[in-house]
Design a protein around this ligand. Structure first.
Ligand SMILES: [Zn+2]
Length: 297
């Protein structure tokens, strides 16, 4: 069984995301634990935590994604400290829900340079881990497309952050297929796929991957543009997903789609998710039963 699923809304209460996941037949889901576009979200009320815990076991894996404002690489002191505070809140909410992972974008250096940006991210992570000592929440650095001054579009960037962190057991990688492809790593053919993961394994190690984002890409290889497309309908194409879904190394790693939602956004319109998940499931090669002699002949 593959741990397939989707990024789902918590509208109506965080436990609603579990109900949505169950209705889609998900084994894994990703959620925002607060507002995705605000610095501050309130702690999750006790009754919601309670409802979440009661339903928790209906899915195999549930993990969180950071809000979009946080930039741990920012050269701007005010933004830098706001990002830190916001990140602490994100970690506390994920911890309160008992989630194993929080996915973050490494950040944008905004002109200070990649080296400095990466150093700032690692420093922040070290302080965050010190401030949440005893927590087993793992921060997953997401591979990025490399738009603007975004860090994380080269595997070397992620390797650099991980090697500078004092608590390696608290970091890992979330591998986004659209972003990696847009960043210039080919996954469209068996050869490209193997070359990409060989490189990843050499620089970081495939065992550091704790989650995948399965998205097709609206833009071409190396475009450095981050625009997700429905599975098989973009420039990445079906073969990449077939290879990934049948790669035994990742059989126990959760894989969630972040493909465009149908009408009604995250809270409604799950039909597009349903379709994309069906496409992905159809690519999984199940072990065939030994064929029985056909007695009708
Ligand atoms: Zn992603």
């Amino acid at each position: 069984m593959r741990l397939l699923g989707a990024h789902l809304s918590i509208a109506g209460g965080v436990s609603k995301s579990i109900e949505r996941g169950v209705s889609l037949g998900c084994a894994a889901i990703q959620i925002f634990t607060g507002f995705s576009n605000r610095w501050h979200s309130k702690p999750i009320p006790d009754e919601q935590l309670c409802a979440f815990r009661q339903q928790r076991d209906r899915l195999k894996v549930i993990f969180a994604h950071n809000n979009y404002l946080i930039n741990l690489a920012s050269p701007e002191p005010v933004i830098s400290s706001r990002s830190y505070e916001s990140m602490l809140e994100e970690m506390e909410r994920a911890q309160a829900l008992g989630l194993p992972y929080l996915v973050i974008h490494p950040g944008s250096h905004l002109g200070r340079g990649e080296e400095e940006g990466l150093r700032a991210v690692a420093q922040h992570l070290n302080s965050l881990f010190a401030d949440t000592r005893g927590s087993c929440l793992r921060i997953l650095l997401e591979t990025t497309a490399g738009q603007g001054s975004n860090l994380g579009y080269r595997f070397e960037h992620l390797a650099k952050i991980i090697s500078s962190v004092h608590s390696p057991e608290r970091v890992g990688i979330c591998f986004d297929t659209c972003h990696v492809f847009a960043a210039g790593y080919d996954l469209r053919t068996q050869q490209g796929y193997e070359k990409t993961f060989l490189e990843f394994d050499r620089l970081i190690g495939t065992s550091a991957i704790f989650a995948f984002h399965l998205n097709d890409s609206k833009y071409e290889l190396g475009s450095r543009k981050d625009r997700h497309e429905h599975i098989g309908q973009g420039l990445l194409g079906m073969e990449a997903f077939r290879l990934l879904l049948n790669d035994e190394r990742f059989a126990h790693v959760p894989m969630v789609i972040e493909t465009p939602k149908g009408k009604g956004g995250f809270s409604g319109g799950l039909s597009e998710d349903k379709r994309n998940l069906a496409v992905l499931r159809s690519l999984i090669i199940t072990e065939a039963f030994p064929s029985l002699p056909d007695e009708s002949l």
